[in-house]
Ligand binder design. Structure first.
Ligand SMILES: Cc1cc2nc3c(=O)[nH]c(=O)nc-3n(C[C@H](O)[C@H](O)[C@H](O)COP(=O)(O)OP(=O)(O)OC[C@H]3O[C@@H](n4cnc5c(N)ncnc54)[C@H](O)[C@@H]3O)c2cc1C
Ligand code: SF4
Length: 359
Protein backbone atom coordinates (compact mmCIF):
# COMPACT_ATOMS: atom_id res chain seq x y z
CA UNK A 1 0.00 0.00 0.00
CA UNK A 2 1.46 3.35 -1.00
CA UNK A 3 1.08 6.72 0.69
CA UNK A 4 -1.19 9.24 -1.03
CA UNK A 5 0.51 12.37 -2.35
CA UNK A 6 0.81 15.28 0.09
CA UNK A 7 2.89 18.40 0.71
CA UNK A 8 5.10 18.23 3.80
CA UNK A 9 5.30 21.23 6.15
CA UNK A 10 8.20 21.26 8.62
CA UNK A 11 7.84 24.07 11.18
CA UNK A 12 10.86 24.73 13.41
CA UNK A 13 8.86 26.06 16.37
CA UNK A 14 5.38 26.05 17.88
CA UNK A 15 4.48 29.52 16.61
CA UNK A 16 5.39 28.58 13.04
CA UNK A 17 3.37 25.35 13.37
CA UNK A 18 0.34 27.35 14.53
CA UNK A 19 0.75 29.78 11.62
CA UNK A 20 0.82 26.85 9.21
CA UNK A 21 -2.32 25.41 10.82
CA UNK A 22 -4.17 28.64 10.05
CA UNK A 23 -2.64 29.14 6.61
CA UNK A 24 -3.14 25.62 5.26
CA UNK A 25 -6.53 24.82 6.77
CA UNK A 26 -9.65 25.50 4.75
CA UNK A 27 -11.59 28.58 5.92
CA UNK A 28 -15.02 26.91 6.02
CA UNK A 29 -14.33 24.41 8.84
CA UNK A 30 -15.84 22.63 10.70
CA UNK A 31 -16.59 20.31 7.82
CA UNK A 32 -19.55 17.96 7.47
CA UNK A 33 -19.49 14.20 7.53
CA UNK A 34 -19.60 12.38 4.20
CA UNK A 35 -22.80 10.71 2.96
CA UNK A 36 -21.75 7.97 0.58
CA UNK A 37 -19.35 7.36 -2.25
CA UNK A 38 -19.21 9.26 -5.56
CA UNK A 39 -18.62 7.74 -8.99
CA UNK A 40 -15.01 6.88 -8.02
CA UNK A 41 -16.35 5.15 -4.97
CA UNK A 42 -15.10 8.12 -2.91
CA UNK A 43 -17.05 10.74 -1.04
CA UNK A 44 -18.39 14.24 -1.19
CA UNK A 45 -18.30 16.23 2.03
CA UNK A 46 -21.84 16.96 3.04
CA UNK A 47 -24.40 15.47 5.40
CA UNK A 48 -25.53 15.88 8.95
CA UNK A 49 -22.72 15.12 11.37
CA UNK A 50 -20.40 18.06 12.09
CA UNK A 51 -16.75 17.15 12.45
CA UNK A 52 -13.78 18.90 14.01
CA UNK A 53 -11.38 16.94 11.78
CA UNK A 54 -9.42 18.87 9.20
CA UNK A 55 -9.54 17.13 5.79
CA UNK A 56 -6.90 19.44 4.29
CA UNK A 57 -4.14 19.02 6.83
CA UNK A 58 -3.03 16.32 9.29
CA UNK A 59 -0.54 16.75 12.07
CA UNK A 60 2.13 14.06 12.35
CA UNK A 61 4.27 13.47 15.45
CA UNK A 62 5.92 10.00 15.52
CA UNK A 63 3.74 8.87 12.61
CA UNK A 64 3.31 5.33 13.99
CA UNK A 65 -0.48 5.52 13.73
CA UNK A 66 -1.03 8.22 11.10
CA UNK A 67 1.28 6.83 8.41
CA UNK A 68 -0.29 3.32 8.31
CA UNK A 69 -3.72 5.01 8.28
CA UNK A 70 -2.70 7.21 5.35
CA UNK A 71 -1.52 4.11 3.48
CA UNK A 72 -4.98 2.68 4.01
CA UNK A 73 -6.37 5.97 2.59
CA UNK A 74 -8.20 6.73 5.80
CA UNK A 75 -6.66 10.19 5.53
CA UNK A 76 -5.63 11.86 2.27
CA UNK A 77 -4.69 15.37 3.38
CA UNK A 78 -3.22 17.90 1.01
CA UNK A 79 -0.73 18.91 3.71
CA UNK A 80 1.03 17.01 6.49
CA UNK A 81 2.37 19.16 9.33
CA UNK A 82 5.42 17.37 10.72
CA UNK A 83 6.16 18.39 14.33
CA UNK A 84 9.39 16.39 14.56
CA UNK A 85 11.80 19.36 14.55
CA UNK A 86 10.06 21.29 17.36
CA UNK A 87 12.47 20.76 20.24
CA UNK A 88 10.47 22.85 22.72
CA UNK A 89 7.74 20.18 22.68
CA UNK A 90 10.09 17.46 23.93
CA UNK A 91 11.01 16.55 27.48
CA UNK A 92 9.79 15.84 31.01
CA UNK A 93 10.04 18.87 33.30
CA UNK A 94 9.36 18.83 37.06
CA UNK A 95 7.77 22.18 38.02
CA UNK A 96 8.38 24.23 41.17
CA UNK A 97 4.92 23.39 42.63
CA UNK A 98 5.65 19.64 42.48
CA UNK A 99 3.70 19.05 39.26
CA UNK A 100 5.31 17.62 36.13
CA UNK A 101 4.98 18.87 32.57
CA UNK A 102 5.49 16.46 29.68
CA UNK A 103 6.01 17.93 26.19
CA UNK A 104 3.61 16.49 23.61
CA UNK A 105 6.49 15.21 21.46
CA UNK A 106 8.11 13.26 24.29
CA UNK A 107 8.44 9.67 23.14
CA UNK A 108 6.82 6.79 24.98
CA UNK A 109 10.29 5.31 25.43
CA UNK A 110 11.43 8.44 27.31
CA UNK A 111 8.34 8.22 29.51
CA UNK A 112 8.84 4.52 30.18
CA UNK A 113 12.47 5.19 31.20
CA UNK A 114 11.94 8.38 33.19
CA UNK A 115 13.10 8.05 36.82
CA UNK A 116 11.00 10.98 37.99
CA UNK A 117 7.83 9.54 36.43
CA UNK A 118 8.52 6.02 37.66
CA UNK A 119 9.05 7.32 41.20
CA UNK A 120 6.03 9.66 41.37
CA UNK A 121 3.59 8.47 38.67
CA UNK A 122 4.31 4.73 38.17
CA UNK A 123 0.93 3.95 36.57
CA UNK A 124 1.97 6.10 33.60
CA UNK A 125 5.39 4.50 33.07
CA UNK A 126 3.81 1.07 33.33
CA UNK A 127 1.12 1.89 30.75
CA UNK A 128 3.64 3.51 28.38
CA UNK A 129 5.85 0.41 28.55
CA UNK A 130 3.02 -1.74 27.14
CA UNK A 131 2.40 0.34 24.00
CA UNK A 132 3.17 -1.52 20.76
CA UNK A 133 6.86 -2.58 20.68
CA UNK A 134 10.20 -0.91 21.63
CA UNK A 135 10.79 0.28 18.05
CA UNK A 136 7.36 1.95 17.90
CA UNK A 137 7.80 3.45 21.38
CA UNK A 138 11.06 5.06 20.17
CA UNK A 139 9.02 6.98 17.57
CA UNK A 140 5.53 7.17 19.12
CA UNK A 141 4.81 10.22 21.28
CA UNK A 142 2.59 10.88 24.29
CA UNK A 143 0.70 13.52 22.26
CA UNK A 144 0.04 11.00 19.48
CA UNK A 145 -1.11 8.44 22.02
CA UNK A 146 -3.61 10.87 23.54
CA UNK A 147 -4.86 12.04 20.11
CA UNK A 148 -4.93 8.48 18.70
CA UNK A 149 -7.75 7.75 16.26
CA UNK A 150 -10.43 5.30 17.42
CA UNK A 151 -10.27 1.79 15.97
CA UNK A 152 -12.71 -0.68 14.41
CA UNK A 153 -12.44 -3.90 12.43
CA UNK A 154 -14.53 -2.29 9.68
CA UNK A 155 -12.48 0.90 9.55
CA UNK A 156 -8.79 0.00 9.93
CA UNK A 157 -8.71 -1.64 6.51
CA UNK A 158 -7.56 -0.78 2.99
CA UNK A 159 -9.69 1.35 0.68
CA UNK A 160 -10.50 -1.72 -1.45
CA UNK A 161 -11.65 -3.68 1.61
CA UNK A 162 -13.80 -0.84 2.90
CA UNK A 163 -15.26 -0.18 -0.54
CA UNK A 164 -16.22 -3.86 -0.81
CA UNK A 165 -18.28 -3.47 2.38
CA UNK A 166 -19.95 -0.21 1.30
CA UNK A 167 -17.86 1.94 3.69
CA UNK A 168 -19.31 3.12 7.04
CA UNK A 169 -20.22 6.24 9.04
CA UNK A 170 -16.69 6.87 10.32
CA UNK A 171 -15.30 7.15 6.80
CA UNK A 172 -17.01 7.63 3.45
CA UNK A 173 -20.37 5.95 4.19
CA UNK A 174 -23.59 6.28 6.13
CA UNK A 175 -24.17 2.92 7.84
CA UNK A 176 -22.60 1.15 10.77
CA UNK A 177 -21.74 -2.56 10.38
CA UNK A 178 -21.36 -2.93 14.15
CA UNK A 179 -24.71 -1.43 15.16
CA UNK A 180 -26.82 -1.64 11.96
CA UNK A 181 -29.68 0.83 11.86
CA UNK A 182 -27.92 3.23 14.20
CA UNK A 183 -26.46 6.62 13.35
CA UNK A 184 -23.59 6.55 15.83
CA UNK A 185 -20.04 5.26 15.34
CA UNK A 186 -18.82 2.97 18.15
CA UNK A 187 -15.16 2.63 17.15
CA UNK A 188 -13.11 2.01 20.30
CA UNK A 189 -10.51 4.39 21.70
CA UNK A 190 -7.45 2.15 22.01
CA UNK A 191 -4.61 4.17 23.53
CA UNK A 192 -2.81 2.76 26.59
CA UNK A 193 -1.63 5.89 28.39
CA UNK A 194 -4.93 7.86 28.62
CA UNK A 195 -6.55 5.59 31.27
CA UNK A 196 -3.39 6.02 33.38
CA UNK A 197 -3.43 9.78 32.76
CA UNK A 198 -7.11 9.91 33.77
CA UNK A 199 -6.17 8.25 37.08
CA UNK A 200 -3.59 11.01 37.55
CA UNK A 201 -6.05 13.87 36.87
CA UNK A 202 -3.91 14.99 33.94
CA UNK A 203 -4.55 18.24 32.11
CA UNK A 204 -3.71 19.08 28.51
CA UNK A 205 -2.39 22.30 27.04
CA UNK A 206 -3.94 23.07 23.65
CA UNK A 207 -2.41 25.91 21.64
CA UNK A 208 -3.76 27.89 18.70
CA UNK A 209 -2.69 31.11 17.00
CA UNK A 210 -5.07 32.98 19.31
CA UNK A 211 -3.70 31.60 22.60
CA UNK A 212 -3.55 28.49 24.77
CA UNK A 213 -6.17 26.73 26.86
CA UNK A 214 -5.92 24.05 29.53
CA UNK A 215 -8.47 21.24 29.57
CA UNK A 216 -8.85 18.29 31.88
CA UNK A 217 -8.11 15.08 29.99
CA UNK A 218 -11.51 13.74 31.05
CA UNK A 219 -13.13 16.56 29.00
CA UNK A 220 -10.96 15.98 25.93
CA UNK A 221 -12.85 12.94 24.61
CA UNK A 222 -16.38 13.24 23.25
CA UNK A 223 -17.55 9.64 23.63
CA UNK A 224 -18.21 9.44 19.88
CA UNK A 225 -16.34 6.96 17.69
CA UNK A 226 -15.96 9.35 14.77
CA UNK A 227 -15.45 12.86 16.20
CA UNK A 228 -13.72 11.42 19.23
CA UNK A 229 -11.73 14.39 20.57
CA UNK A 230 -12.35 18.03 21.42
CA UNK A 231 -9.51 19.45 19.36
CA UNK A 232 -10.22 22.27 16.93
CA UNK A 233 -8.66 22.17 13.45
CA UNK A 234 -6.44 25.15 14.35
CA UNK A 235 -5.20 23.62 17.63
CA UNK A 236 -2.16 21.58 18.61
CA UNK A 237 -1.69 19.54 21.75
CA UNK A 238 1.51 20.98 23.22
CA UNK A 239 1.80 19.56 26.73
CA UNK A 240 0.48 17.24 29.44
CA UNK A 241 0.42 18.30 33.11
CA UNK A 242 0.45 15.87 36.03
CA UNK A 243 -0.61 17.63 39.26
CA UNK A 244 1.45 17.34 42.45
CA UNK A 245 -1.67 16.00 44.20
CA UNK A 246 -1.50 12.84 42.05
CA UNK A 247 2.15 12.09 42.87
CA UNK A 248 2.86 9.09 45.07
CA UNK A 249 -0.03 6.88 43.95
CA UNK A 250 1.11 3.30 43.37
CA UNK A 251 0.04 2.15 39.95
CA UNK A 252 -0.64 -0.93 37.88
CA UNK A 253 -1.68 -1.27 34.22
CA UNK A 254 -3.04 -4.47 32.67
CA UNK A 255 -4.10 -5.01 29.07
CA UNK A 256 -5.60 -7.68 26.83
CA UNK A 257 -4.08 -8.02 23.36
CA UNK A 258 -3.79 -10.67 20.70
CA UNK A 259 0.00 -10.51 20.20
CA UNK A 260 1.74 -9.92 23.53
CA UNK A 261 4.76 -8.26 21.92
CA UNK A 262 3.14 -5.53 19.84
CA UNK A 263 -0.65 -5.08 19.80
CA UNK A 264 -3.14 -2.34 20.62
CA UNK A 265 -5.23 -3.09 23.75
CA UNK A 266 -8.60 -4.81 23.28
CA UNK A 267 -9.30 -4.10 26.95
CA UNK A 268 -7.08 -2.12 29.31
CA UNK A 269 -7.22 -1.18 33.00
CA UNK A 270 -5.15 1.35 34.97
CA UNK A 271 -5.31 1.40 38.78
CA UNK A 272 -3.75 4.10 40.99
CA UNK A 273 -3.87 4.01 44.80
CA UNK A 274 -2.66 6.09 47.72
CA UNK A 275 -2.57 4.89 51.32
CA UNK A 276 -2.04 6.03 54.87
CA UNK A 277 -0.90 3.33 57.28
CA UNK A 278 -2.47 0.16 55.96
CA UNK A 279 -5.67 1.80 54.70
CA UNK A 280 -6.49 3.18 51.25
CA UNK A 281 -6.56 7.00 51.24
CA UNK A 282 -7.66 7.36 47.62
CA UNK A 283 -8.05 5.11 44.58
CA UNK A 284 -8.83 5.56 40.91
CA UNK A 285 -9.47 3.18 38.03
CA UNK A 286 -9.38 4.03 34.33
CA UNK A 287 -10.38 1.76 31.46
CA UNK A 288 -9.62 1.80 27.74
CA UNK A 289 -10.39 0.00 24.48
CA UNK A 290 -13.96 -0.97 25.40
CA UNK A 291 -15.75 2.32 24.66
CA UNK A 292 -15.28 5.16 22.16
CA UNK A 293 -13.44 7.07 24.93
CA UNK A 294 -11.18 6.07 27.84
CA UNK A 295 -13.17 6.37 31.07
CA UNK A 296 -12.64 6.82 34.79
CA UNK A 297 -14.75 4.41 36.81
CA UNK A 298 -17.01 6.52 39.04
CA UNK A 299 -17.40 5.56 42.70
CA UNK A 300 -14.06 3.76 43.09
CA UNK A 301 -12.70 6.17 45.69
CA UNK A 302 -15.92 5.82 47.76
CA UNK A 303 -15.72 2.03 47.50
CA UNK A 304 -12.07 1.64 48.52
CA UNK A 305 -11.15 4.64 50.70
CA UNK A 306 -10.55 3.78 54.35
CA UNK A 307 -10.57 0.04 53.61
CA UNK A 308 -7.98 -2.71 53.56
CA UNK A 309 -8.07 -4.37 50.14
CA UNK A 310 -9.22 -7.98 50.09
CA UNK A 311 -10.55 -10.33 47.43
CA UNK A 312 -14.19 -9.27 47.71
CA UNK A 313 -13.40 -5.53 47.53
CA UNK A 314 -11.21 -6.12 44.48
CA UNK A 315 -14.06 -8.17 42.98
CA UNK A 316 -16.52 -5.34 43.62
CA UNK A 317 -14.17 -2.87 41.87
CA UNK A 318 -13.97 -5.29 38.94
CA UNK A 319 -17.76 -5.41 38.69
CA UNK A 320 -17.95 -1.60 38.69
CA UNK A 321 -15.44 -1.37 35.84
CA UNK A 322 -17.23 -4.09 33.83
CA UNK A 323 -20.56 -2.26 34.25
CA UNK A 324 -19.36 0.81 32.34
CA UNK A 325 -17.55 -1.22 29.65
CA UNK A 326 -19.62 -1.34 26.48
CA UNK A 327 -17.48 -3.17 23.92
CA UNK A 328 -19.12 -4.00 20.59
CA UNK A 329 -17.92 -6.12 17.67
CA UNK A 330 -15.21 -3.63 16.71
CA UNK A 331 -12.39 -6.18 17.07
CA UNK A 332 -11.59 -9.85 16.47
CA UNK A 333 -12.36 -10.77 20.11
CA UNK A 334 -15.97 -10.96 21.25
CA UNK A 335 -17.49 -8.10 23.28
CA UNK A 336 -18.44 -10.57 26.05
CA UNK A 337 -14.82 -11.71 26.43
CA UNK A 338 -13.42 -8.16 26.44
CA UNK A 339 -15.92 -7.03 29.06
CA UNK A 340 -15.18 -10.06 31.22
CA UNK A 341 -11.46 -9.34 30.92
CA UNK A 342 -12.05 -5.80 32.16
CA UNK A 343 -13.64 -7.33 35.26
CA UNK A 344 -10.84 -9.86 35.75
CA UNK A 345 -7.98 -7.42 35.02
CA UNK A 346 -9.46 -4.79 37.31
CA UNK A 347 -9.68 -7.26 40.17
CA UNK A 348 -6.10 -8.43 39.57
CA UNK A 349 -4.79 -4.88 39.15
CA UNK A 350 -6.44 -3.70 42.38
CA UNK A 351 -4.87 -6.61 44.28
CA UNK A 352 -1.48 -5.98 42.62
CA UNK A 353 -1.62 -2.24 43.41
CA UNK A 354 -2.47 -3.01 47.03
CA UNK A 355 0.45 -5.43 47.17
CA UNK A 356 2.81 -2.86 45.59
CA UNK A 357 1.68 -0.34 48.23
CA UNK A 358 2.92 -2.64 51.00
CA UNK A 359 6.37 -3.19 49.40
C1 LIG B 1 1.73 -2.39 15.04
C2 LIG B 1 1.26 -1.26 15.92
C3 LIG B 1 0.93 -1.53 17.23
C4 LIG B 1 0.48 -0.51 18.08
N1 LIG B 1 0.17 -0.83 19.35
C5 LIG B 1 -0.26 0.15 20.18
C6 LIG B 1 -0.57 -0.16 21.54
O1 LIG B 1 -0.38 -1.27 22.01
N2 LIG B 1 -1.07 0.83 22.31
C7 LIG B 1 -1.25 2.10 21.85
O2 LIG B 1 -1.69 2.97 22.63
N3 LIG B 1 -0.95 2.43 20.58
C8 LIG B 1 -0.44 1.49 19.74
N4 LIG B 1 -0.09 1.81 18.45
C9 LIG B 1 -0.32 3.18 17.97
C10 LIG B 1 0.85 4.16 18.12
O3 LIG B 1 2.10 3.54 17.93
C11 LIG B 1 0.86 4.85 19.48
O4 LIG B 1 -0.45 5.16 19.89
C12 LIG B 1 1.70 6.13 19.48
O5 LIG B 1 1.74 6.69 20.76
C13 LIG B 1 1.14 7.20 18.54
O6 LIG B 1 1.99 8.32 18.64
P1 LIG B 1 2.61 9.00 17.35
O7 LIG B 1 3.44 10.13 17.82
O8 LIG B 1 3.30 8.02 16.48
O9 LIG B 1 1.27 9.50 16.67
P2 LIG B 1 1.00 9.90 15.15
O10 LIG B 1 0.80 8.67 14.35
O11 LIG B 1 2.00 10.88 14.69
O12 LIG B 1 -0.39 10.66 15.35
C14 LIG B 1 -1.54 10.00 15.85
C15 LIG B 1 -2.72 10.98 15.81
O13 LIG B 1 -2.52 12.04 16.73
C16 LIG B 1 -2.48 13.31 16.07
N5 LIG B 1 -1.45 14.08 16.77
C17 LIG B 1 -0.22 13.63 17.12
N6 LIG B 1 0.42 14.56 17.85
C18 LIG B 1 -0.41 15.63 17.95
C19 LIG B 1 -0.31 16.90 18.59
N7 LIG B 1 0.76 17.26 19.30
N8 LIG B 1 -1.37 17.76 18.49
C20 LIG B 1 -2.48 17.39 17.80
N9 LIG B 1 -2.64 16.19 17.19
C21 LIG B 1 -1.61 15.32 17.26
C22 LIG B 1 -2.19 12.99 14.61
O14 LIG B 1 -2.71 13.98 13.75
C23 LIG B 1 -2.91 11.66 14.46
O15 LIG B 1 -4.29 11.87 14.29
C24 LIG B 1 0.38 0.82 17.59
C25 LIG B 1 0.75 1.09 16.26
C26 LIG B 1 1.18 0.07 15.44
C27 LIG B 1 1.59 0.39 14.04
S1 SF4 C 1 -18.37 1.34 14.73
FE1 SF4 C 1 -17.06 0.60 13.08
S2 SF4 C 1 -18.49 0.04 11.45
FE2 SF4 C 1 -19.62 1.35 12.84
S3 SF4 C 1 -19.36 3.39 11.96
FE3 SF4 C 1 -17.76 3.13 13.49
S4 SF4 C 1 -15.99 2.41 12.36
FE4 SF4 C 1 -17.76 2.11 11.07
Amino acid sequence: MSLPQFKLLRPQGVSQALEYLVKYSAPDLPVQRSRGPDSRGRVSLHGSGASTQNPHLRVVAGGTDLIPSMKQKLFEPEYVLDLHAIRELRGIRPLSDGAVEIGALTTLREIERSDVLRRHYPVLTEAAATVASPVLRNMGTIGGNICLDTRCLWYNQSLTWRKGCGFCIKKDGDLCHVAPGGTKCWAAFSGDTPPALLCLDAELELASATGTRRVALRDFYTGLGDNYRNLQPNELLTGVFLPASSAGFTGVYRKLRVRGSIDYPLAGVAVAMKSTNSHIADARIGITAVNPAPLLVAGVSELLTGKIIDDSLAEAAGNMAARISKPLTTSALTPEYRREMIRVFTKRAVLAAAQARQN
